[in-house]
Design a protein. Structure first.
Length: 610
């Protein structure tokens, strides 16, 4: 990485970026605004900065600056590649670009791929016989788009019906439409987090960076299985399943697209782009790509970067030429959702040593020491989502999400209703608290009744035995629906449940332990742990530390990162530079395969205890 020190109106900001990134991009990625109307394409000649030390001079610099200015270090920021550490003076803005705060405190300077330009064109005459397209392109020459057949078919009629007063709609470098009159006030896009369990859509006004409406639903692929492996298996057993899974994914996106447009009062025809962040399996299924190689060793993706397609090819009824951009993936089990999460949390633009953990059935882990970024995946199993847990359930009404044990049991229940079961954060809390009061020993076994009475007299009677078709096992009763309820009618935590959690947390902690070892780091070197995803974000930091799910650190260093995949998708829509940053991560991040490591089993066994 290279360090850039920006001075903006006497304030200094240091940023770290991959070598070769332009000064303009480095500033933009880090929310530092530099004048521009071309968005870094080298055509507006507005991005003037002064760079200390010798820097190559381009012909555009020669056209823009005097000899004295060039000698003094003035350059166009979008033409300076940062191949070494640089100090850069940024003059005050002459036009203030709009910025939006997205992700984990990321400030994104708005430079969406969607660009609209309202133009009032001269009507053709015998003296001015330029073609309709040339006339339009001359008026939007800062964008230099390419027109497709769809536009050429519409152009003559729209121009004449609108008295040559039209709005050109450009996405990336494509002129996708010409609309009558001034429609620059309607520039919308939808960011999708295509999760295995839940799909979230955010309708964005990309001109202002404002979210207009948000909606979520369970992924319609649920009937095929709760996790990616069961869905991949479905395609292996039934030749029809891939098409049905593809349809289910497409229906999930379409339903949400309609919902957010309705809620936001936005005509779907004014949505010109969507960005989709999903894991490698979700992305393959949405595109109708056979996911089988993702599910069997050696776990191979068809391509790290899915092609951009039209949203209509994914079954979305938006603007007919709306684009869909899908996030690239680092590996079969570190997918586009994690790349989006890294973008949203700025994993590649921070000097601190940071650990990113997306906790779920498949847990993705990223470690950066400010120089190198490593990623891996750990198969945690379904415990955190309520699977394989006797009273496990999803985080819905009736789920115990918080457990506090002292003299008695205090529960936090979603929806403030009678507890029905235990969701992932409640499970982690319950085990952490039982370890704290001494009812679970360091190996994860419930203690004997005598020890329980001695260590936690107010709780000891909740430790009992439950008989089921799985045999007899020790359980801790978290909630009794009535004073004389039998253990089988109560919300309990069984000895097997504790074992399930131990396996899940050992898989995860083995993952980050090996990544720390790879970079020669200790627990205490980690300056921030980001807990991401719909489960991780709700986890109690103290409980996560207590059971060893995260390194032993002060809880203030452990941060809930929220839905970073969705935030990354928003960033990709708000800034083409951020989108390029996501693609650059493919080069910057090293994927580490853990399963073939000889030390994996030893570390795993070490991590099982509390
Ligand atoms: Fe326009 Fe550099 S940003 S020339």
């Amino acid at each position: 990485r290279v360090d850039l020190r920006f001075t903006v109106e006497e304030t200094e900001r240091s940023v770290r970026v991959p070598p070769g990134v332009t000064v303009f991009d480095a500033a933009s990625w880090n929310g530092i605004a530099i004048d521009s109307t071309c968005g870094g394409h080298g055509t507006c000649h507005k991005c003037k900065v002064r760079v200390e030390g010798s820097t190559p001079i381009t012909r555009h610099d020669v056209k823009t600056f005097t000899r004295d200015q060039l000698d003094d270090g003035w350059r166009l920021a979008c033409l300076v590649n940062a191949t070494r550490d640089l100090a850069v003076d940024v003059p005050p803005l002459t036009t203030r670009p709009k910025a939006a705060t997205v992700g984990v405190g990321r400030q994104v300077i708005l430079r969406p791929a969607i660009q609209k330009r309202y133009v009032e064109l001269d009507e053709p005459t015998l003296a001015d016989q330029r073609t309709d397209l040339d006339r339009l392109l001359a008026a939007i020459d800062d964008l230099e788009p390419v027109a497709d057949l769809h536009v050429l078919r519409r152009l003559p009629a729209v121009l004449r019906a609108a008295d040559f007063k039209v709005t050109a709609v450009v996405v990336d470098e494509a002129l996708i439409d010409v609309e009558p009159g001034d429609t620059t006030g309607t520039q919308y896009a939808i960011a999708f987090d295509l999760g295995t369990t839940t799909v979230v859509a955010t309708l964005l006004d990309v001109a202002t960076g404002t979210p207009v409406a948000v909606a979520s639903m369970l992924n319609r692929q649920q009937p095929f299985g709760g996790d990616v492996i069961t869905r991949i298996s479905a395609t292996m057993m039934d030749p029809e399943a891939l098409a049905r899974l593809q349809l289910a994914a497409s229906e999930s996106l379409s339903t949400l697209a309609i919902q957010v447009c309705t809620e936001g009062g936005v005509d779907p025809a004014h949505v010109y782009e969507v960005a989709i962040a999903g894991n490698a399996t979700m992305t393959a299924l949405l595109l109708g790509i056979d996911p089988e190689p993702l599910g069997v060793a050696p776990f191979i993706m068809s391509s790290p970067q899915p092609p951009d397609v039209l949203a209509s090819e994914l079954g979305l009824a938006l603007h007919p030429r709306a684009r869909a951009t899908l996030f690239p993936a680092l590996g079969a089990y570190v997918g586009g959702d994690i790349v989006a999460g890294m973008l949203a949390s700025g994993m590649d633009r921070d000097k601190r040593t940071r650990l990113f953990i997306d906790v779920g059935t498949n847990c993705e882990i990223v470690l950066s020491d400010g120089d190198r970024i490593l990623s891996t995946a750990a198969p945690a199993g379904p415990a955190f989502e309520g699977g394989a847990i006797r009273c496990g359930m999803r985080a819905a009404d009736g789920a115990i999400e918080v457990v506090k044990l002292a003299e008695t049991v205090e529960l936090g229940v979603i929806g403030d209703v009678e507890p029905r079961g235990l969701c992932g954060s409640g499970l982690v809390d319950a085990v952490a608290e039982l370890v704290k009061v001494g009812l679970l020993d360091a190996s994860g076994r419930y203690v004997t009744d005598d020890v329980a009475k001695e260590l936690a007299p107010g709780l000891a009677d909740r430790l009992t035995t439950l008989s089921s078709d799985r045999g007899e096992e020790r359980v801790f009763v978290l909630h009794r629906p009535s004073p004389d309820a039998e253990p089988e009618d109560c919300v309990v935590l069984t000895q097997r449940d504790v074992r399930e959690l131990q396996f899940a947390k050992a898989a995860i902690s083995t993952g980050w332990t090996l990544l720390l070892e790879e970079l020669g780091l200790e627990h205490r070197d980690v300056q921030q742990v980001l807990l991401a995803g719909s489960f991780g974000s709700y986890l109690s930091a103290a409980s996560a530390v207590r059971i060893g799910l995260v390194p032993k650190l002060p809880v203030l260093r452990i941060v809930a990162a929220g839905n970073v995949a969705g935030e990354g998708a928003k960033m990709a829509l708000l800034s083409v530079r951020e989108r390029a940053g996501a693609r650059a991560l493919l080069e910057e991040v090293t994927y580490v395969e853990l399963s073939d490591r000889p030390e994996f089993n030893d570390r795993f066994v070490d991590q099982l205890g509390f």
